[in-house]
Design a protein around this ligand. Structure first.
Ligand code: SF4
Length: 359
């Protein structure tokens, strides 16, 4: 039996000429959290939608535990539906306003009942809904209300209750707090973290919020223009980021302390993300990379393992021992040893990356 809740092998998703995802391979260990980070337009939400099969991939393989679900039709996909759930960014848009909260949360169990695979302990659906609402910090009476009578934070709790009521092995959380007021983001993140630890499901956490990544994730995958450029354990990615793009992301994330923030020199990347219709040749990052060399324009860098613990990077200039350039100001002085330092960051925005936050 596999140790992974999810395996993606060379996943490809093209929309006509748009190469949204172009050869993504990653694994999520059972019971662990992998954060997928990158700018808007990098393709990370498309990866999430392929995993829950809202999209049928153009190529590659999606394996849930031991089941290849890449091209299953609706009927053959049904038995696997309960194994994977998704929480979307915008709870207002993802909850059907014609249904009560109770109907929204209980709907996955109704579908399981129709398929004949509803577990005995869930047969009393109203009781199961009440239990799930309590678990996400809502009173059971909320079941009678419409989602639109609730606040944004409450609606996202309803979305989480609906996603977890079928006891999935994998949860895809697609920017689950970015549409919420800052004041409630932390409580929803805490809830997700508590539920993940208590219930033990694996999670693909898609986000811009690097402080949440530090808090929640076991592993991190960094995506740029449809491809992964760096993956590895969280402490390696935050401590010794090897890829220039990862270094730029971390340098552009604001820190809470004003003095530290003033002293920082975020990396200026300049141009916007290139078009996914005609991505740059060679290394896709070469049009924005501060340390690009001639080879970068013509030769695609292979993904290589550097150091211990599954730290992998796609960059010509990173050595096999993990040493290489540091675009944050110390070219060629970065070592492969984790410092355990962190950004203490809050949120990295596309504007911050493009403008380098030189205030
Ligand atoms: Fe920069 Fe070249 Fe490395 Fe790409 S391969 S990140 S362009 S140095």
């Amino acid at each position: 039996m596999t140790e992974y809740a999810l395996e993606l092998e060379d996943l490809v998703m093209h929309f006509g000429p748009v190469r949204a995802v172009d050869g993504v391979s990653l694994q999520i260990r059972k019971g662990s959290v992998l954060a997928l980070v990158g700018e808007s337009g990098s393709g990370k939400s498309t990866v999430g939608r392929c995993i829950v099969r809202l999209l049928e991939p153009t190529g590659g393989t999606v394996r849930l535990a031991d089941a290849d679900i890449t091209h299953l039709n609706r009927r053959r996909l049904r038995p696997h539906r309960r194994d994977v759930s998704i929480v979307f960014q915008d709870p207002a848009g993802s909850l059907d306003p014609r249904l009560s909260v109770g109907d929204v949360v209980g709907e996955p169990l109704q579908l399981m009942r129709r398929r004949g695979d509803l577990p005995a302990e869930r047969r009393d659906i109203p009781a199961a809904v009440a239990e799930e609402l309590r678990r996400v910090g809502l009173r059971p009476e909320v079941a009678q209300r419409s989602p639109h009578e609730l606040s944004g934070g409450q609606r996202q709790r309803v979305s989480i209750a609906r996603a977890l009521i079928s006891s999935p092995r994998l949860l895809v959380a697609d920017e689950p707090t970015s549409a919420l007021d800052v004041s409630v983001q932390a409580s929803v993140l805490n809830l997700l973290a508590d539920l993940q630890r208590a219930l033990g499901f694996a999670c693909l956490f898609i986000t811009h919020d690097l402080s949440a990544v530090e808090y929640l994730a076991d592993d991190v995958a960094v995506m740029y223009l449809g491809q992964l450029v760096e993956t590895g354990p969280r402490e390696r990615i935050f401590g010794v980021p090897a890829h220039p793009y990862t270094q730029a992301l971390l340098s552009a994330a604001p820190v809470p302390d004003p003095a530290t923030q003033r002293a920082r020199r975020p990396v200026l990347l300049g141009d916007d993300l290139p078009s996914a219709i005609d991505p740059p040749s060679g290394c896709r990052f070469h049009t924005r990379c501060p340390v690009a060399v001639d080879k970068c324009r013509t030769v695609v860098p292979e993904v290589r393992e550097i150091g211990a613990g599954g730290h992998r990077v796609a960059c010509h200039l990173v050595n096999d021992d993990g040493t290489g350039p540091d675009v944050r100001g110390n070219p060629a002085t970065r070592t492969g040893t984790s410092t355990g330092t962190s950004t203490g960051s809050t949120e990295v925005t596309d504007d911050a990356i493009n403008e380098g936050v030189h205030r």
